[in-house]
Design a protein. Structure first.
Length: 251
């Protein structure tokens, strides 16, 4: 049976019937986290994207339930969009190209936008950037926050691994087991843009990506990395945050 959409009333009825029949599967929620603390929860399908404004002290979990997600991620400060994730500094300052526990995601101002708190995957990439398709998804996500295509710079990719060979060649190392996850702690308010799409060196179609965020300000008081480079970045970040609060009080 074909539904008529010849009039506004019939088109509305058809749209509502489609919505009623649709099933939207949500993400798996973190165990032990009270539902009242969860601020965002979404399952992103293949070739989908999300754009989220996250407050300082938010903990966000990216999860790979089926084992082939690929999260191309960019962070931008909402009040200062010229400051955003700088992948070169994220690799250079910690002396480490491979993401893992305690690794900072840095801006070019020497400030920490987020820290990797927990990682059960180990299959990530800071070297290749997104595919053209993933970049277009990120542009769509960024446009909803007033960002232009030129604002979408290099990204990090979670859940698709890349390693550097002795001759400098880049080799894809695939994905970890289904159910792997990465937790990030947000140090400064940030717009998170994420696209779930294939990797430049791994063209397998992406599977669902779970994104769940919750309030965890207590994590900011914990030392997540004792390296001197990380500690200097923490000091830079806290100075910027304190100065911004002082400005708000004066206004």
């Amino acid at each position: 049976m074909t539904s008529s959409t010849a009039s506004t009333e019939s088109a509305r009825a058809h749209a509502r019937s489609q919505a009623a029949a649709a099933t939207i599967e949500g993400p798996d929620l973190p165990a032990g986290v009270e539902s009242a603390r969860i601020t965002f929860a979404q399952r992103i399908p293949r070739d989908g994207y999300a754009n989220i404004v996250l407050g300082r002290g938010t903990r966000i979990r990216l999860a790979d339930p089926a084992g082939a997600a690929c999260a191309h991620l960019l962070l931008v400060r909402p009040e200062a969009p010229w400051e955003r994730l700088n992948v070169a500094d994220t690799v250079k300052v910690p002396w480490q190209a491979y993401l893992g526990d305690g690794h900072p995601l840095l801006s070019d101002q020497g400030r920490i936008l987020a820290t990797v708190l927990a990682d059960t995957s180990g299959s990530h990439d800071t070297l290749c950037g997104p595919t053209a398709e993933a970049r277009q998804l990120l542009r769509l996500a960024g446009a909803k926050h007033g960002l232009e295509p030129r604002d979408i710079g290099p990204t990090v990719s979670f859940f698709r691994g890349v390693r550097v060979e002795s001759d400098g060649a880049l080799t894809a190392t695939g994905s970890a087991a289904p159910g792997s996850s990465v937790d990030l702690l947000v140090h400064l308010p940030a717009v998170l843009l994420v696209a779930n799409a294939a990797h430049p060196l791994d063209d397998r179609a992406a599977t669902d990506l779970d994104v769940v965020a919750w309030a965890a300000p207590e994590d900011l008081a914990v030392t997540h990395n004792t390296d001197p480079e990380y500690q200097r970045a923490v000091q830079n970040t806290e100075r910027a945050w304190t100065a911004a609060l002082t400005l708000e009080v004066r206004e």
